[in-house]
Structure formats: structure tokens, C-alpha cells
Ligand binder design. Structure first.
Ligand SMILES: [Zn+2]
Ligand SMILES: [Zn+2]
Length: 277
């Protein structure tokens, strides 16, 4: 593993369902997966379809001991897990963190149901010995590895979700997906979590114009990302969880409009890297 620096690599940026094809080739069609390196430590945020190809690359770093932080367990955020090759190698260990299911629903139970006949041929118990399940309550502060602090907050999403703020070496990275903003003002829990962050990755599934027809679906807009960033004094914003219907051209236009309104704003591109240290 790389043993210096604090950086993030987008392994999947698409929301809801994978959207491969010529119209999405530049921004990428894989669903959410983020590689976060904090010095020698590897944190993976979400296990969408982007986890598969990333896992194949990780085989050369074995043995692995890494944390997988789930924002929530909707399919687009976990469907890559059964295709994560390192999980099938006995030398590796992964701690799966989850703060949205509540005390009565163990994550392993949810995953067991997801990986069961007739929906899926490989049962969870094939990989279970390499997995450790770590439940918390959204709002808790975690210290998964020495020097790494992960603050969390509950998000407004059907069946719940967790926002993360990863701090390492005096820098901070926030991942806020999937979430719906309030009709008035900012969500105080999200505002507090992202305050003063160096980088914020935010659910920009819709535009403000589209949002009126999507109230209650649990997602936000690129304009809200900028309002939140301004209110909280966030540094760099990355628009994330792109609607599967957005073409590369659509995202170019959104990126141009967002950067005109808040200079420096970028649209997350699969494969690109954000360096914090
Ligand atoms: Zn999603
Ligand atoms: Zn969701």
C-alpha cells in the first residue's frame, strides 16, 4: 500500500443503477465506490459496481486489512461486494461499517438476504470469515485506524443513510450521499458535519428545476451542494451520484454552470484523484 498522503480516487460516481455506454464513457457508469488512502490505511466508501475493477487492482496489495464504510445498503451502494475478488482470499480482512440500519437489523442479515437464492448464487458465508461487521449509530465518531477520525451524521434518505467526514493529517474530506435537503434552509446535521471541510463530495442527482418532481425520493441537487458549501465554508465541491440518465454532455453543462456559480466546483469523474495531502 501507498504509505504517504491523504487522497481519494473515484471508483464509481453514478447513482441508482450502473449506466455504461458511449454516452457516459467520460464520466463513468459505475455506481458509488470511493478509494480513500490515509497514509498506510485504506478506507473504501461504498461498494457499488465500481468496487469490482478496483478489487482486481487491489489483489497486488495483498494481504489487505481495510475498512469499508457504507453510506447505506441500497443496491447501488452494495452490489459490487459479491464481485470484490479480495474478499474471497483468506489472507485479507475487511471491516464493514454501517450506521443506518438501527439496532435491530444486523448488516450481515441484510447482506445474507441480498446474497441468497434465487436472487444470487453465492451465499454470504463463502466470504464471511474475511469480514468483520461493525455497527454504529449515525452521529457517532469513529477511529477505525490510528490517526484516522471519521465523524458521521444521519442523512435524510428512504431507509436512512450516513454522511461521513474523514479527517487525517489535519485535512478533512466529507462524503454526503444519498440525501435530500430540507425545503427551507440547510439540514443542521449535515451543515455541522461539513463545516470548514477541505473537500465535500455531494449528492447532485438532480437540478433544482427537476427536483420539484422528485420530492421525497431522497436526493439533492447541484445547486443545493453549492448553497450548502457556501453556508458551511467548504473548500472544494465535487458533484456526485450522477443520475443514470445524464450523458457526458449533460454533465459537462452542469459542471460549467456550477463552476460559473462557485469557481473550482467539479463534477466527479470515475478514475480521477483528489489529493488532500
Ligand atoms: Zn444511491
Ligand atoms: Zn439510496
Amino acid at each position: 500500500m501507498a504509505d504517504g498522503g491523504f487522497y481519494l480516487r473515484f471508483r464509481g460516481v453514478r447513482g441508482s443503477i450502473a449506466a455504461p455506454g458511449p454516452d457516459t464513457a467520460r464520466y463513468g457508469g459505475n455506481t458509488p465506490c470511493l478509494e480513500v488512502r490515509c497514509g498506510p490505511h485504506l478506507l473504501i466508501v461504498d461498494a457499488g459496481t465500481g468496487l469490482r475493477a478496483f478489487g482486481d487492482e487491489l489483489l497486488k496489495e495483498q494481504p489487505l486489512d481495510a475498512d469499508i464504510l457504507l453510506t447505506h445498503t441500497h443496491y447501488d451502494h452494495i452490489v459490487g461486494l459479491p464481485f470484490f475478488a479480495p474478499a474471497y482470499q483468506g489472507c485479507n480482512r475487511f471491516t464493514l461499517w454501517e450506521g443506518h440500519l438501527g439496532p435491530d437489523m444486523p448488516l450481515e442479515e441484510a447482506l445474507r438476504e441480498f446474497m441468497s437464492a434465487p436472487l444470487f448464487p453465492v451465499p454470504l458465508n463463502i466470504i464471511e470469515s474475511n469480514l468483520r461487521f461493525s455497527k454504529f449509530q449515525a452521529g457517532d465518531t469513529l477511529t477505525p485506524r490510528p490517526g484516522v477520525t471519521v465523524r458521521t451524521a444521519p442523512l435524510n434518505h428512504p431507509n436512512n443513510a450516513t454522511g461521513y467526514r474523514i479527517e487525517y493529517g489535519g485535512r478533512s474530506l466529507c462524503i454526503i450521499t444519498d440525501t435530500e435537503h430540507p425545503a427551507e434552509g440547510r439540514d443542521p446535521r449535515v451543515l455541522a458535519l461539513v463545516r470548514g471541510a477541505d473537500v465535500m463530495i455531494y449528492d447532485a442527482t438532480y437540478t433544482d428545476e427537476e427536483y420539484g418532481r422528485r420530492i421525497g425520493w431522497g436526493h439533492s441537487t447541484w445547486q443545493e451542494a453549492l448553497r450548502l458549501a457556501d453556508a458551511a465554508g467548504v473548500g472544494q465541491v465535487y458533484l456526485f451520484h450522477h443520475d443514470p440518465g445524464r450523458s457526458d454532455g449533460d454533465l459537462d453543462a452542469i459542471g460549467a454552470a456550477a463552476a460559473a456559480r462557485r469557481p473550482g466546483t467539479l463534477v466527479a469523474v470515475e478514475g480521477s484523484t483528489v489529493t488532500l495531502i
